[in-house]
Structures are given as C-alpha cells and as structure tokens.
Design a protein around this ligand. Structure first.
Ligand code: THU
Length: 131
C-alpha cells in the first residue's frame, strides 16, 4: 500500500459533500494496472440517498472499465480510522474479496485489514447459480 494512495484518499476527502453528518470521507482504489480512482461521500437531503466514498470510487472505477483492484485507501478527518460499512464491504467483495485496505486519519492514525477479514462470508454469485 503506497503512501500516495492514502494521499489520493485524503485529497478526495476534501471534496466530500457531507453537510448533514459533517463526516467527510475520501477513498482511493488502485487498479491492477496501477490507475488510481477516487471517491468521496455524497450525502442528500433525503438521507438514505447518500452514498459512501468507497462505493463512489468503486462505481467510478467500473464505469471507467476497471474490474481488478489491488488496494483501497480511506481517509477521514476524525480521531479514529473509519471501517468500511457493511454495504461497501459487500460491494467491494464482488470484485476483490481479499482487497488490502488501509484506513487513515488526517491526524496520522492508520488501521489495516484485508476485506475477507472484514467480511468473511460475502453473498456471492455462486449462491445465485446454485438456486
Ligand atoms: N461513510 C463513508 O463514506 N464511508 C465509510 O466508510 C463510513 C461512512 C459516510 C456515509 C455518510 O455520508 C457519513 O460517512 C456518515 O456516516
């Protein structure tokens, strides 16, 4: 996990639209070919319509033709690193079930996991085929 990926997440965080929670999140996904694609959380007056930084990054990456990922960095301004929410874990697992994740704060804290440790039993297409 390169420090530049964390820096890309930190920069994306500054563009977050989070007027309701005030909790700004940036995410940076590195693709297998080394491309970095970022996302930030985008909230909405209709609260459930908001979307997390991780899913913005993943959706943008897929829309740009990327389906293979080697790392994810997340950055928040809070005291503790953010752990990706359950929906984001499931969405990321569709493409990269063992994705290395580094979660950072602007104050220098770091936490690392692989996605399979955070979501050990994802729902997969294999189950759909077995129906
Ligand atoms: N959020 C993210 O973007 N990523 C996370 O990993 C945790 C939560 C957002 C959703 C919402 O806009 C705000 O943070 C507070 O939950």
């Amino acid at each position: 996990m390169s420090e530049s990926l964390v820096e890309a997440a930190r920069e994306a965080m500054t563009r977050a639209y989070a007027p309701y929670s005030g909790y700004r999140v940036g995410a940076a996904l590195e693709t297998r070919d080394g491309t970095v694609i970022v996302g930030c959380n985008v909230e909405n007056a209709s609260y459930p319509a908001g979307i997390c930084a991780e899913r913005v990054a993943l959706s943008a990456a897929v829309a740009q033709g990327h389906r293979e990922f080697s790392a994810l960095a997340i950055c928040v301004e809070a005291g503790s690193p953010a752990s990706p929410c359950g929906i984001c874990r499931q969405v990321l697992a569709e493409f990269a079930p063992a994705l290395p994740i580094t979660s950072a704060t602007t104050r220098g804290a770091r936490q690392r996991w692989t996605l399979d440790a955070l979501l050990p039993a994802p729902f997969t297409s294999a189950v759909l085929r077995d129906a």
